[in-house]
Design a protein around this ligand. Structure first.
Ligand code: GLU
Length: 468
């Protein structure tokens, strides 16, 4: 089968542009860019009605400069070799930007999930995992999958169970992340990508100079935003944006798009969609033509949180948002990027902005390898210490704390609090790191993020002594 490497070529184009700002050997850069291992599998599925269907899937390990290689598994009809390679490469660069010590990988199965029963999906997932095991493309120290578009906790639990049955080893739970808490998952993983998107956008909106250039006030509060995709990432990004005082004015989903300049109540919309199977017709909102129209609607921030190539030559000229927060992987083609940039938009790139998911996956993997929940050892000790300090304050002043105040002020950090703090630290520090490079080289944030990863990965290759 001849493959048209379009998406992978887009990623490499951005890489090449950034590589010009570094001094690495050309051969080293070529090694950094290519995908080390590409696995293509086909296997039969026996459907519930007894018929047999051939299922096609991939797993790509882009880079082994650090191990394990890491990246999600996607179930979608867009999945092909090019897409999986591009997404695996993005994982390498993403992990490097946020200092998550993994190589990059990605997997995918080319299916329309809505056409299969739950037990068919389970059989597909378990068989795919079996193929990965047989070909050495999964393991806590080699390649660790996670959720992506079309997959979630349930699939990750099946993957872990299949792996552990065939490899009953001490660290088997660490073979996959994004698992349910009861199966070795971590609190905060489910919301992590969306929460990271929020932290990243909030940090960008804190930059007074940038906001002035865009003609906006600093801060998230009062800004209007549109989200494309109400999946796990889009929903959580919209939730934290709304909670911080931004106004959700437009939503795009598979069935179409809606707009309301007065604001859309996210939770009520989600309930409505659950009930009616569509976002169209929701309370006070206006239906726009088709599912892409809302991308061009009036708003301060546009958050594409679905699939790649959504902002492209056909719509980029009409996009009015001043800030593009790339929650999806590869949502903006390089042509669209240039058009938006020329118009003065601030593009917060995917290989930084959606890195919250893999960051918390890293924490989950650490938890699995250490076999202890974060906070288990220290939480009570911290609480006791804080109480002692508060008691001293009470004794030397007239201030008496109520039980409620005591509970709040003396709270020790549990797993969720530690994960959230680690995620915020990562997203905020990394933004400032790439923003410095942006200023230093007078480039956009995407190029700065690529420079950042190329420098980090390149230094590792160089220090291995493989290259001159
Ligand atoms: N699929 C997510 C991503 O594209 C998460 C990957 C992971 O946690 O390994 O970043």
């Amino acid at each position: 089968m001849s493959v048209d490497y379009k998406f992978f070529a887009q990623v490499n184009k951005a890489f090449d542009k950034a590589a010009e700002y570094t001094n690495f050997d050309k051969g080293l850069l070529a090694q950094m860019k290519i995908c080390n291992d590409v696995l293509h599998v086909t296997f039969p599925l026996e459907k519930d009605d007894g018929s047999i269907e051939v299922i096609e899937g991939w797993r790509v390990e882009h880079s082994h400069h650090k191990l394990p290689a890491k990246g999600g598994i996607r179930y979608a009809m867009t999945v092909n070799e090019d897409e999986t390679m591009a997404l695996a490469a993005l994982m390498t660069y993403k992990c490097a930007v946020v200092n998550v010590p993994f190589g990059g990988a990605k997997g995918g199965i080319r299916i329309d999930k809505s056409k299969y029963s739950k037990s068919e999906i389970e059989r597909i997932t378990r068989r795919y995992t079996y193929e990965l095991i047989r070909k050495n493309f999964i393991g806590p120290g080699s390649d660790v999958p996670a959720p992506d578009y079309g997959t979630g906790e349930v699939e990750m639990a099946w993957i872990m169970d299949t792996y552990r049955q065939l490899n009953p080893e001490l660290n088997a739970e660490g073979c996959v992340t994004g698992k349910p808490i009861s199966q070795g998952g971590i609190r905060g993983r489910k919301e992590a990508t969306g929460r990271g998107v929020y932290f990243g956008i909030a940090e960008a909106c804190q930059n007074k100079q940038d906001m002035e250039m865009l003609g906006l006030e600093s801060g998230i509060e009062g800004k209007t935003f549109v989200v494309q995709g109400l999946g796990n990432v889009g929903y959580h990004a919209a939730k934290y944006m709304s909670e911080a005082g931004a106004r959700l004015v437009g939503v795009a989903e598979l069935e179409g798009s809606i707009y309301d300049e007065n604001g859309i109540d996210l939770e009520k919309l989600v309930e409505y969609r659950k009930d009616k199977g569509t976002i169209i017709g929701f309370d006070g909102t206006r239906e726009l033509e088709g599912r892409y129209q809302v991308l061009e609607a009036e708003c301060d921030i546009l958050i594409p949180a679905a699939l790649e190539n959504q902002l492209n030559e056909s719509n980029a000229h009409n996009i009015k948002a001043k800030i593009i927060g790339e929650a999806a992987n590869g949502p903006t083609t390089s042509e669209a990027h240039e058009i938006l940039k020329k118009r003065g938009a601030l593009i917060i790139p995917d290989n930084y902005l959606n890195a919250g998911g893999v960051t918390v996956s890293y924490f989950e993997w650490l938890k699995n390898l250490s076999h202890v929940r974060f906070g288990r050892l220290g939480k009570r000790f911290e609480e006791t210490s804080y109480r002692k300090i508060l008691n001293v304050i009470e004794n030397i002043s007239d201030r008496k704390f109520t039980d409620e105040e005591m509970g709040y002020l003396a709270q020790g950090a549990g797993e969720y609090e530690l994960v959230d703090s680690g995620l915020a630290e990562t997203m905020i520090n990394s933004y400032n790191e790439i923003n410095e490079l942006r200023k230093k080289h007078d480039v956009d944030l995407r190029t700065a993020a690529f420079i950042n990863s190329i420098e980090k990965v390149g230094r590792i290759y160089e220090s291995m002594g493989i290259f001159p």
